[in-house]
Design a protein. Structure first.
Length: 382
């Protein structure tokens, strides 16, 4: 057993950290306050290979694995969770769905520009009436000559307003239940396909979360992604990988909050000494650091399993996502507490971590749903 990262992985961590500290950190609060999608850093993220981390070079990707991907998401999210989620939804949801289920022609046409960072990707499964119960999808796709005609509305699509390519799920055969849902590749500008309401959020405010609507949207037959009727089962496989990235997002923010708490505790003086001298604060920091490290082990274990490609990692990715996101919420809460009143004030980073981390217990399956997934695996249920 070897817990060390390779020299290349350490270099990747250094370069993503340098980018995040230099080009993200100075703008974090300005983007958050204005709910500004940081479109200006997308070309640089593309140049660094971060918009195609897990895809082979022949498809425009960086040819790296999930461990490398987790390093990148962790480092971006340590500074700004919004940047982390933008990159995560692009890579492990939209692009990966095309990589895993696309034809060669679809990969050449859609995956290559996504992985090169020339296009931005989004993935639309959730609907107003179909969240945890995503099999309850209502959007429809009916065949008409050489086209599928899509109607319906998706909600909470990350990158919805900025996506050039969107993978969306719609019902093609109502009688077949979850085996009657198919996946489609949509392009920005297709008539009848447009983003709707942009959500005004508690946290992750620099990321875009939007409605996406289809109104008699005609999609060429060749844009069906994967076998007809298998879009929902395909989505569950995509979420196995996606949950590792949400776990990494939580881990990065927890690490950022821990560091902010340590720094503040060392410099804040009360009763004539740094508050880090009080055992009550030291115990909080020790608990936070231990939980972050335990989360890190679960997250990197899940990524390592995903890289082996010959094993299922549904249970481990759900465990990593469940544990890391709940840890991140606890750590961000203690970070605010250690900051006292200043933890409530926007001049300090604590309040933003506190707002942002909450998404991680909800997106790509709530904590309750992760527990159902884990229990099903334990009990051998389908
Ligand atoms: C910022 C943000 C970004 C997102 N990005 C995307 C995206 O890019 N693409 C996409 O498709 N979706 C996205 N989502 C949607 C997200 O995945 C859903 O919000 C999530 O799956 C929960 O669905 P819901 O909000 O409808 O909650 P509900 O399903 O209504 O859940 C409400 C509560 O009931 C609980 N609950 C539901 N069913 C059960 C059950 N069987 N047992 C126990 N408890 C249960 C839940 O755990 C939760 O506590 C995003 C959401 C947010 C907030």
């Amino acid at each position: 057993m070897d817990f060390t990262f390779s020299e290349e992985q350490q270099q990747l961590r250094r370069s993503v950290r340098e980018f995040a500290e230099g080009e993200v950190r100075p703008h974090v609060m300005e983007w958050d306050e204005a709910s500004h999608f940081p479109i200006e850093i997308m070309p640089k993220l593309g140049e660094m290979g971060l918009l195609g981390v897990i895809f082979p070079e022949e498809y425009g990707g960086a040819g790296l694995g999930y461990v490398d991907y987790v390093i990148a998401i962790e480092e971006l999210s340590r500074v700004d969770g919004s940047v982390g989620i933008i990159v995560a939804a692009h890579n492990s949801l939209c692009s990966n769905h095309i990589f895993k289920f696309g034809t060669e022609a679809q990969k050449k046409k859609y995956l290559v520009p996504l992985a090169q960072g020339k296009h931005i990707g989004a993935w639309s499964l959730t609907e107003p009436g179909a969240g945890s119960d995503a099999g309850g999808t209502r959007s429809t796709a009916r065949r008409d000559g050489n086209f599928w005609v899509l109607n319906g509305a998706k909600t909470f699509t990350t990158n919805g307003h900025y996506a050039d390519t969107c993978v969306a799920m719609a019902v093609t055969d109502k009688e077949k239940g979850s085996h009657g849902i198919s996946a489609f590749i949509l392009e920005k500008g297709m008539p009848g396909f447009k983003p709707g309401k942009k959500e005004n959020k508690l946290g992750m405010r620099a990321s875009d979360t939007s409605e996406v609507t289809f109104s008699d949207c005609r999609v060429p037959l060749e844009n069906l992604l994967g076998p007809e009727g298998e879009g929902f089962t395909g989505s569950l496989k995509i979420l196995d990988g996606g949950r590792i990235s949400i776990a990494a997002l939580a881990l990065g923010m927890a690490q950022g909050a821990l560091e902010a708490a340590v720094n503040y505790a060392k410099q804040r003086k009360q009763f004539g000494q740094a508050i880090s001298e009080f055992q009550a604060i030291q115990f909080k920091l020790a608990d936070m650091a231990t939980e972050v490290e335990a989360a890190r082990l679960l997250v990197y274990q899940a990524a390592w399993l995903a890289d082996r490609r010959d094993v299922r990692f549904t249970r481990e990715s759900s465990m990593a996502k469940l544990f890391a996101s709940e840890v991140a919420v606890r750590v961000a809460n203690e970070c605010v507490q250690i900051h006292g009143g200043y933890g409530f004030i926007k001049d300090y980073p604590a309040e933003k971590y506190y707002r942002d981390v909450k998404l991680c217990t909800i997106g790509e399956g709530t904590s309750e749903i992760q527990k159902l997934v884990i229990a099903r695996q334990l009990l051998g249920k389908k």
